[in-house]
Design a protein around this ligand. Sequence first.
Ligand code: C5P
Length: 320
Amino acid sequence: MPGTTRRAKIKAFAKVNLCLEVLGCRPDGYHDLRTVFQTISLADDLEVGFTPGRQTSVELESSVDIENNLVVRAARAVLEESGAKGLAKFRLKKKIPMGGGLGGGSTDAAAVLIALPVLTGRPIAWERLIDIGSTLGSDVPFFLMGGSAIGLGRGTELYPVADAQAQHVLLVAPRVHVSTAEAYKALGRPLTSVDSLPKINISQLVALAVGGGRIAGDWRDFCSNDFESVVFRQYPEIGEIRRKLEKFGARLARMTGSGAAVFGVFEDVWSMDRASSALRNETVIPISFVSRARYFSAWRKGLSQHIDDNQWPLHSRYSR
Ligand code: C5P
């Protein structure tokens, strides 16, 4: 006899990379990074339902067709790891542009890794969730903590830092899909070596600036994204968007991840609105940075009926 369905509506927030340096290629084919991740207010909507039962299955209804969807892969990984049995059903409303360097697929996967163990009542140790997240994608572990964090190694070695401050941010999503794997290839980085050291020092400056609570616009001089040169060469229109954001007063304008989305940090809402009008032919989304406290509180709110207390990681009320 199947049990009652436990349901939750959650938000899966996107990210930007405040800086992103690609040091060199690793023996496993991935690249060593130095990056600062930041969660932003743009989010996908995910409805999750779990009905305990004897048979295990995973179903997904999505507003866009995505091959090999990370939601399904994450759900299967959670059910297999925890041994929970039943029907896991998801309804995904995609709002995060795909191929934008905004971590859209990764945040959906992380949302499943956080929510599903709460609904099944079969908790998974935090370290295991991070391992499972890493197998799903390099950005997934970041979304298990949100806020501002430094990412090293493949991007999966994370160090939370004080929240970066920025209230008036514009995100521009060009109608261009950049392949992450292709962008890495175009960089043509050799194996990681001691030549990478100056780049490590730059990242330290960014880390100190974030840790010091300085506003994001002040980092302009030492904040870079190594993908900009190769991606702007192939898609000059993305570089043009960055230049426009700067022209209309952005204190800091950068591409995120391997593109194609670009964000601009403004001092006030008026200069942000002026830039937004100048870019009216593009998809322009006003966003704010989401602090770790806000990130955790959104999670608690989404799963409030199914958790016992205010702890993080969340404690399921169904676990014995
Ligand atoms: O881990 P993820 O699936 O997001 O990575 C997509 C592709 O980006 C990888 O197949 C790899 O080519 C490249 N990548 C990389 N080094 C990283 C992260 C991603 O080379 N640190």
